[in-house]
Design a protein around this ligand. Structure first.
Ligand code: ADQ
Length: 462
């Protein structure tokens, strides 16, 4: 394969919250050579385009600092206050400000200017996620004729929701600068086609291409997986210690675990309410379960994230206050991140994995939970129908996360599920997680990118 240039908002070669994605991209960069380019996460007085090169774990990273105004408008603004809520169906939270759109465009141009000199003729360029929609078009307008792919890690919204975004037509047109666009699921891909066809007059071909004006782009549904080595993590010393600690603390009760970034898309309030419904509807079982919710705060400078944080604190407090007994607290709510091996132990100690986002591009926690289970005594995954992962994980108990009754029923069903059924469901799920891991995802995408015939740069519009 050619050298790879990965471009994403943040660069992360280690584990961390990016987990499998970082592992896969780092492995590809190590194997083929190349550069991972993005924002350093640092501020600077004035943007200079100075690149800080580092060699981390055998991978070359190239990062730039951004100005305060860039961070406010591009990152906290357009990415996190406009696109993220809109693409997760929360137009009630989406803020449409010209200054955000302007800052987003400006930063993408700055990224394009900065990364352009690093690109060699045969490099494959792979742009990641919603922070960078216009980057491909910006690179084309700077004469980059290489194959450029784009992968979207979040859902694509239905057409009439997207139509509320003032910049939507320009944004979607700019995507035609890419050669391949990848989505996690057929559903997100179809929504994209719907918009391009109905709002812009694009033509969707039987071969999975979209043609708009002079440009044609290949669309693929390519679900991301986890690092297959996650399966081994549950056997490590740290995982076993976490397993024992959590099991001991539950004193014979069944643990239900939730692990999520603290984000309104993850359905945490609805999850707590569904669990409370279970406690009320099942008085005999209420003291037999504990919900352990791990949710490290994220994007704290955005108001909607501050609101969800305080609303969850009061909801957990209310439920605990109303239902706790002298020796039992129904919800343990923890706001920390944990190392991946510790998480693996916690997953394995839990009879139920509760993964109930209201919308999620994929959701890797669902796959990690399955990977960490003991094959002889696996737990049950309860999964939202609205997570991208539901397309591949039909053997989970699929629920509507908005319905407290469905959540309550699923918890009851999972607790009562016989071992044989748990094993049967888990085996199918685990096979999928093992076979369609993150390296499989990476190969499928880069193969698709290698297969396309590059088109003339002149046809692109920035
Ligand atoms: P996220 O929205 O961040 O990712 P997700 O796919 O669930 O969501 O990945 C979260 C990762 O963070 C997991 O690997 C998880 O283990 C880790 N994590 C969560 N809580 C943690 C904690 N307390 N301590 C340590 N680690 C924790 C975006 C999209 C998703 C898509 C991914 C990948 O929103 O839909 O699945 O990208 O494409």
């Amino acid at each position: 394969m050619s050298r790879l240039i990965v471009i994403s908002n943040r660069v992360s070669t280690g584990g961390g919250a990016q987990g499998g994605l970082a592992v896969a991209l780092s492995a590809a960069l190590r194997a083929n050579g190349g550069i991972w380019f993005g924002w350093s996460g640092e501020r600077t007085e004035q943007f200079t385009g100075h690149i800080n090169f580092q060699r981390l774990d055998g991978v070359t990273t190239a990062t730039v600092d951004l100005e305060d105004q860039d961070i406010d408008e591009y990152y906290n603004g357009y990415a996190n206050r406009t696109l993220w809520p809109l693409f997760h169906y929360r137009i009630d939270l989406a803020e449409y400000e010209r200054s955000f759109a302007g800052g987003y465009q400006r930063v993408n141009e700055r990224f394009a200017d900065t990364v352009r000199p690093l690109i060699e003729n045969d490099d494959l360029i792979w742009v990641q996620d919603y922070h960078m929609f216009p980057l491909g078009a910006e690179l084309r307008s700077r004469g980059v004729a290489n194959r450029i792919g784009f992968f979207l890690h979040i859902p694509w919204p239905p057409r009439r929701l997207l139509a509320t975004l003032p910049e939507a037509p320009a944004l979607v047109r700019s995507l035609l600068a890419y050669d391949v666009i990848g989505f996690h699921t057929q559903e997100w891909l179809q929504s994209f086609c719907d918009y391009a066809r109905e709002e812009l007059g694009g033509i969707v071909g039987d071969d999975g291409t979209l043609t708009l004006g002079d440009r044609k782009v290949q669309l693929i549904a390519c679900p991301i997986g986890i690092d297959a080595d996650f399966m081994k993590l549950a056997e490590t010393k740290a995982a076993r210690e976490a397993f024992n600690r959590v099991r001991d603390s539950a004193v014979g009760r069944a643990l239900i675990v939730g692990v999520d970034r603290l984000d309104y898309s993850k359905g945490l309030e609805e999850r707590f309410l569904g669990y409370e419904r279970f406690l009320i509807e099942n008085p005999d079982e209420r003291e037999e379960v504990v919900l352990l919710q791990i949710a490290p705060p994220s994007r704290g400078s955005v108001e909607s994230y501050q609101r969800i944080r305080s609303s969850l604190e009061s909801l957990a407090g209310r439920i605990n206050g109303a239902h706790a007994a002298l020796d039992w607290v129904p919800i343990r709510y923890v706001n920390h991140g944990y190392p991946r091996d510790v998480l693996a132990g916690v997953y394995r100690a839990s009879r139920i994995g509760l993964v109930t986002p209201l919308r999620d591009g994929m959701n890797l926690v669902a796959k990690e939970y399955v990977a960490a289970q003991d094959p002889e005594d696996p737990g049950v995954l309860i999964l939202s129908r609205f997570a991208g992962a539901a397309e591949q994980m039909g053997e989970a108990l699929l629920v509507n996360p908005y319905s407290a009754e469905e959540l309550s029923d699923a918890i009851r069903q999972a607790l009562a599920m016989p071992l044989a059924e748990r094993k049967r469901r888990w085996e199918t799920l685990a096979r999928g997680v093992r076979e369609q891991d993150v390296m499989w995802w990476l190969r499928r995408f880069t193969d698709a990118l290698m297969e396309v015939t590059p088109q003339p740069v002149a046809n692109c519009r920035a």
